[in-house]
Write a protein of this length. Structure first.
Length: 313
């Protein structure tokens, strides 16, 4: 206990966790006030290898106003690279944070770098959720065992050909893809899955790791009230998923630059129009005053509302 000689208020000094503390929760204890209220802060670690749009938003989707008191997140990134050599220091840094739950987010989680990262984290006894962009990874992850996963095929590969892609084109593409994943409901599914794990850990319950292979139906089913709006969102998701197929063809299967440049250009035009469809869908929901909003309370509780002039409950 500490007495502040300037304010004459009594403060608590939080106790330090023991280095050999092997409790399942590994939480930081925060003393809120003198009434004995204690906040258990769950630690979320995010290993970001390479780039997919889901990785840019994972922590922000869980604390949109930066005022949650029940968890803290740390991101360790390898930048744009995702080799095994890039993965090792990322894992080492995350383990020093001692997280209760780890998310490994990367494109194509089947390649050696992301595979090594999740394997090392699992061997260290951590709960691991893989977020990636290919639904076909489900079989591999099930074979490895012990991992949760959220696979979003609409988080589509970019048209990465030098004759077409420059920094500005890259940034515009990612902005439009982000709008598609947010506006179709895909990010909502991701957010709810991770929130469920954080809540289970905070409450001392068994954390059942999510196993989600995203589809346009799963993304949109609870996000829209108006069927026309939902239909536009389904179309947008399908278009974004198709972009990945076109860019695989452009980047890996087509050798002549005169042929692959139009393909990469076409894929980015598709993403641009998918983002427009999402805008149209949201405008329909706005007109009906039925946009679904689910803010977090400071204690992490999820609130909900649809009518704009109302309080979330």
């Amino acid at each position: 206990m500490i007495i502040d000689i300037f304010t004459k208020k009594v403060k608590y000094k939080p106790p330090k966790l023991k280095k050999d503390d092997s409790s399942a929760l590994r939480t930081k204890i925060c003393f809120k006030n003198l009434t004995g209220d204690i906040k258990m802060v769950v630690k979320l670690g995010i290993a970001k290898l390479g780039n997919i749009v889901s990785g840019l938003m994972t922590d922000l989707l869980l604390d949109e106003r930066a005022d949650r008191e029940d968890f803290e997140a740390k991101i360790v990134s390898s930048g744009t690279k995702l080799t095994p050599e890039d993965a090792e220091p990322v894992v080492k840094a995350l383990l020093s944070f001692n997280p209760d739950l780890v998310v490994v987010v990367s494109p194509n989680a089947a390649v050696p770098g992301p595979t090594k990262a999740r394997t090392l984290l699992k061997e260290a006894g951590k709960k691991v959720i893989v977020i990636s962009d290919n639904a076909k990874l489900k079989e591999k992850l099930e074979e490895e065992g012990g991992f949760g996963y959220i696979l979003i095929n609409a988080d589509a590969m970019i048209g990465a050909r030098r004759e077409f892609l420059d920094p500005i084109e890259m940034a515009i593409y990612n902005a439009e893809l982000m709008k598609v994943l947010a506006g179709t409901g895909a990010f909502r599914v991701l957010q709810l899955a991770l929130d469920g794990c954080l809540t289970a850990i905070k409450e001392g319950r068994e954390c059942e790791l999510p196993k989600v292979v995203m589809t346009p139906e799963k993304a949109t089913i609870d996000e829209f009230c108006n069927p026309y709006a939902r239909s536009k969102a389904i179309a947008a998701y399908e278009m974004a998923a198709k972009v990945a197929d076109i860019n695989v063809k452009a980047c890996f299967m087509t050798k002549e630059w005169e042929k692959y440049v139009p393909l990469t250009t076409a894929s980015h035009e598709m993403m641009r129009y998918a983002a427009k469809l999402v805008d149209e869908a949201r405008e329909i929901e706005k007109a009906d005053d039925s946009v679904r909003r689910m803010p977090h309370a400071k204690d992490g509780k999820l609130l909900c509302k649809t009518a704009l002039i109302s309080k979330p409950e």
